[in-house]
Design a binder for this molecule. Structure first.
Ligand code: PLP
Length: 357
């Protein structure tokens, strides 16, 4: 089966095989990797290794801290305004490019003043703003963007210019799929369950000075500083998820070497499907305008709901699974994260050509 789920998503096979072995007993240790105290050396080495691999893959500078948290990206929708906005008289700018940006804003409005810097609703979130479209607040607490909108399949190709204001970016669905210049961001966050591991661990990369603002009366878990000061062991970390995150990073390093190479690979993979859409003479209708198409989530429709259903059922029969669009938009969505092999994408492309015939 080739599984095109948007997340939790397909994992690299070598990672699953290594995890299968270690789940019963880690070689040389004799306990399951899930049974290790987070204070013991074996786990501490796994923890440090996962962080070091992230730092190496993403070239994370010393100015930024890597936190390995729980609560998914949706907890970040709250933690960010709690730490950076609450208790200030500043405004946070939100760029709404799809469903997830909207949900992030819904949490931020509970914590302080917000401004919608751009809203793609009137164009059904099929395009992204140009720099001059953005209505940014001067001296904002931060500007929030969603790097890749998983549901609509639109992805920033370059990041907006925001001056000295911290740029906060939700990279949940394109984390580790292409290089990012971490120094340009105040915060990057990503739940792991698409490109980086299983659900349950969330990576937050935060500029160190931004952790100073949070007031002491927040619940302890919500304060970034607590996690940073305790090497992400303020409470018991999601040890098994972090172990898998480390294995996924190792796999990326061994398989691709660098995120530049991986980006080229991901572009070529996505192009197979976009070509099938563009050369279908309107049989397949892509959602995003070509310039902002996501390399991770390819979204399209057929002429009507009935044809979408027939397409999905026939694909499923061939072992091309979980291709249904998000329940809020329907249609078809092929999520082709790092671990989706080229053969899977080729099989889908061939099916698209056959189905059209
Ligand atoms: N942001 C984006 C872009 C997502 O795709 C998702 C999940 O699909 C989320 C946030 C929410 O992540 P979680 O379910 O881990 O809270």
């Amino acid at each position: 089966v080739f599984n095109f789920s948007a997340g939790p998503a397909v994992m690299p096979l070598p990672v699953l095989e290594e995890a299968q072995r270690d789940l019963v007993a880690l070689p040389g240790v004799g306990s399951s990797v899930m049974e290790l105290s987070h204070r013991g050396k074996t786990y501490m080495d796994i923890h440090a290794d996962a962080k070091a691999r992230l730092v190496s893959l993403l070239n994370i500078p010393d100015t930024h801290e890597v936190l390995l948290l729980q609560g998914g990206s949706r907890l970040q929708f709250s933690m960010i305004p709690l730490n950076l906005l609450k208790g200030t008289d500043k405004t946070a700018d939100y760029v709404l490019t799809g469903s997830w940006g909207k949900k992030a804003l819904e949490e931020a409005v509970k914590e302080g003043k917000t401004n919608v810097a751009w809203d793609g609703k009137s164009i059904n979130f099929n395009n992204l703003p140009s720099q001059s479209d953005l209505k940014l607040t001067s001296d904002a607490a931060y500007v929030h963007i969603t790097s890749n909108e998983t549901i609509q399949g639109v992805q920033f190709q370059s990041i907006p210019e925001v001056g000295n204001v911290p740029l906060v970016a939700d990279l949940s669905s394109d984390f580790l799929s292409r290089p990012v210049d971490v120094s340009k961001y105040g915060i990057i966050y990503a739940c792991a369950q698409k490109n980086a591991g299983p659900a349950g661990v969330t990576v937050v990369i935060i500029r160190k000075d931004l952790m100073e603002h949070a007031s002491g009366d927040l619940p302890g878990y919500m304060v970034y500083r607590n996690h940073a000061e305790n090497d992400s062991m303020w409470n018991t970390p999601p040890t098994f998820g972090i172990y898998l995150l480390g294995l996924v990073c190792k796999w990326l390093q061994e398989e691709f070497g660098s995120l530049e190479k991986l980006q080229a690979h991901n572009q070529a993979k996505a192009q197979l499907l976009y070509d099938a859409i563009d050369q279908s003479g309107g049989f397949y209708l892509g959602h995003a305008v070509p310039e902002v198409r996501s390399k991770m989530n390819v979204t399209f429709k057929l002429g009507d709901d009935d044809s979408d259903k027939k397409f999905l059922a026939a694909a499923n029969e061939l072992g091309l699974t979980q291709l249904g669009g998000h329940r809020s938009v329907g249609g078809v969505r092929a999520s082709i994260y790092n671990a989706m092999p080229v053969e899977g994408v080729e099989k889908l492309r061939d099916f698209m050509l056959d189905f059209k015939k």
